[in-house]
Write a protein that binds this ligand. Structure first.
Ligand SMILES: Nc1nc2c(ncn2[C@@H]2O[C@H](COP(=O)(O)OP(=O)(O)OP(=O)(O)O)[C@@H](O)[C@H]2O)c(=O)[nH]1
Ligand SMILES: [Mg+2]
Ligand SMILES: [Zn+2]
Length: 359
């Protein structure tokens, strides 16, 4: 049972100390406000995190959909208790205000991230770039999925546009309605592999799950309203075991994933810009007209789209902001350090001034 959800020897090793405590392993298949549904060797069980666990964990360490956990099944009680979260292989983290640590895990232990956007709506390339950056950072392999190909007049155009920014990540055009392209999705989901669906509300994530499942497993939007804002059909995260043996995690649509420690992800998603920047004459080149700027030269030669540099710059500025916000104590520490340096410098000049004039 657990094997079909991805249980492995490595996880078994991680679990050893908990087994000694009489706990049982399980994987969180549903995460909802108020609790979890966990699949164990003996079937599914409802659970909540133990009070101690909530006390010691930061918000981004709390049990999330896709996590492997150590459970205490309590006979006679309706809810089992989650006592520990096993080390994660990958994690999709989004910034979330009002949480301890300011971050939240959207999906844990996923191998593939399907970044979903509809061909029937305006493609937001900048948003896709951010999703890609977060995906690279998470450790999961990103795949862009453009849905509703049956409604689009032009498919090749948008696919090429996305390919130009996706740097290596595959771009698939699909239709859950006609089944076009679904085999390419299924090919990425062999038994035991886990994928997560991320993208705006109404993009067709749950419809894709149902198409792969072969039945109405998830509720989908009834009427076709393509740009209905602020309405989410899916309100929880759910990991679905497909008949083919792959696992797919459906999530509620979200506008932005938010950047979180995405420095490395940015470098990967913008490796074209970064590679050019490495060839600028000055190592701190800001690509704003400095002599010997390889980035500007590439733009002039038509080898790099100017919007791409703009997006890169914007992302970098945002990251710098996040860093400062993320760690107010570090910012304060930094200020204190500088204040003491200034003080020392002032004292030194004062002493120099009042000292004997050896000029
Ligand atoms: N024509 C067509 N319609 C589709 C396709 N995929 C999804 N839809 C429609 O798009 C609408 C939204 O689909 P959902 O699957 O509910 O979207 P979602 O991404 O799960 O949305 P949230 O749960 O709110 O995040 C529904 O009315 C679907 O029938 C497709 O391939 N072709
Ligand atoms: Mg949905
Ligand atoms: Zn430059």
């Amino acid at each position: 049972m657990l094997k079909s959800y991805g249980w492995s020897d490595a996880l078994q090793d991680d679990f050893t100390p908990y087994a000694a405590d009489g706990l049982v392993p399980g994987r969180i298949v549903i995460q909802q406000r108020g609790g979890y549904r966990v699949v164990t060797g003996d079937g599914e069980i409802d659970a909540r995190a133990s009070g101690t666990l909530l006390k010691v964990l930061r918000d981004d360490e709390r049990p999330a959909a896709g996590d492997w956990v150590a459970l205490e099944a309590r006979p006679g009680e309706t809810l089992a208790l989650v006592h520990a979260v096993l080390p994660r292989r990958t994690a999709f983290i989004r910034k979330a205000s009002g949480t301890r640590g300011g971050a939240q895990v959207v999906a844990a232990n996923v191998d593939v991230a399907f970044l979903v956007a509809s061909l029937n709506a305006d493609l937001n390339l900048r948003r896709l770039e951010r999703y890609l950056a977060t995906a690279y950072e998470s450790g999961a392999e990103p795949v862009v999925v453009l849905t509703k190909a049956d409604l689009a007049e032009d498919v090749a155009g948008p696919v090429a546009e996305v390919e130009a920014i996706a740097f290596g990540a595959p771009v698939l055009a699909i239709s859950s309605k006609t089944g076009a392209g679904l085999d390419a999705i299924a090919a990425r989901l062999p038994p035991g592999r886990t994928a997560v669906l991320l993208g705006s509300s109404g993009a067709g994530k749950s419809t894709l799950v149902n198409a792969l499942f072969g039945a109405a497993r998830m509720a989908t939007r009834e009427i076709r309203e393509d740009d209905a804002r602020g309405r989410h059909t899916t309100t929880h995260r759910e990991l679905v075991l497909l008949p083919s043996g792959g696992l797919i995690l459906d999530t509620p649509g979200m506008r932005e994933l938010g950047l979180w420690n995405a420095d490395e992800g940015v470098a990967t998603a913008f490796d074209d810009v970064e590679a050019l920047a490495g060839r600028c004459r000055f190592s701190d080149c800001r690509h704003q007209g400095e002599p010997g700027c390889a980035v500007r030269a590439a733009i002039e030669a038509g080898a790099l789209a100017p919007e791409r540099l703009a997006a890169y710059g914007k992302l970098q500025a945002e990251l710098a902001y996040e860093h400062r916000r993320e760690d107010p104590r570090a910012a304060q520490e930094n200020r204190r350090l500088w204040a003491s340096r200034h003080k020392a410098a002032r004292a030194w000049t004062k002493q120099k001034r009042s000292g004997p004039d050896d000029g």
